[in-house]
Design a protein around this ligand. Sequence first.
Ligand code: AVJ
Length: 361
Amino acid sequence: MPSKDEILTFRRGLPCYKGIARKSWEGGRGELTSFSSESFPQDFQKEVREGLHAADKSIPCRYFYDRRGSRLFEQIGRLPEYYLTRVERRILKSYAPLLVKRIIQDRSVLELGGGNGEKIFSLFKSCPRRKRFKHYIPLDLSKAVLESSIPVLLKRDRSLWVTGLHANYEEAFKLLGNGNKTHRVRNPLVLFFLGSNIGNFLPHQRRFFLSQISSFLSPSDRFVFGADLKKDRSVLEAAYNDKQGVTAFFNLNILSRMNRELNSNFNPKAFRHVAFYHEKEGRIEMHLESIKNQKVRIGTDEIFFKKRETIHTENSYKFSIKDLDKELLHYGLQVEVFFTDPKEWFGLWVLARNQSLPNST
Ligand code: AVJ
């Protein structure tokens, strides 16, 4: 039985999921549902403690995105060296009419890591109003981003419905996956996962994610994702070592965030940003390197850093078209269309569930 403040979300032909209603706009045309906001701070503390007591220190990269981190990432997207955002946007723009007509038309849009919806809504710039989809469902880690963008989207289009889902990917797995096998008839969906966010998963996490997506998709659904492709080391490394030092600032912000939220005493000046391409693993690694032997307090914990010891803060995998195609097919995801730029720096896959395969779960 749902408790009093739990409501069912995903109305209008979508499956019902239990969540805690946070906010509603325009008589319910816009809604924000939280799935676990209460547990976020404890998660942060717990994961930091686990990550920093390990032999190889690390912090999950999703903790980059507090308010300041999200703003810094937006700035990264405008850097000359950080081609990912620019090239993906160019691909989206070039194929916008095709994407809208063939993929989005008559489907609801669920965007993972949706943020402000800017990339999705830019697709409609050159399209007549009647072609717009009617239900946008952004799922994002940041409640603040959803709270500020939902009313803006509603004002801009008076016939649009928006259901914001405040959740992290693990919750998304639960939402999308086996926990909700009680499928009802629902509108066809197109799932967007842009920005090469898929590159943050370790291979086993990515495979799990793809299998979850595959079992979630109905035959009439589509899955669209953008992924950064393998290329010259110099281009890759420049993108994560920009001249202005914004990426370094973004990386170091996680230390300041811990100071703010976990009562720690990191001195960001005693660490430096390191990013390099690990060719064998096929990924950019970001680290924070201790420039001296030092002790840091986090709450009641003490952590010792040797000089040159690092905290591994992010993996960003780079893909080969062929390998990724093979992996997708293995999970019953069939490529309907593939888009890339002339230099093949970035790829945009449009996938459907392969109907000749049994639903894999
Ligand atoms: C948002 C995860 C795609 O890996 O390139 C940007 C994050 N890290 N600069 C990426 C990021 C450093 C970005 N993703």
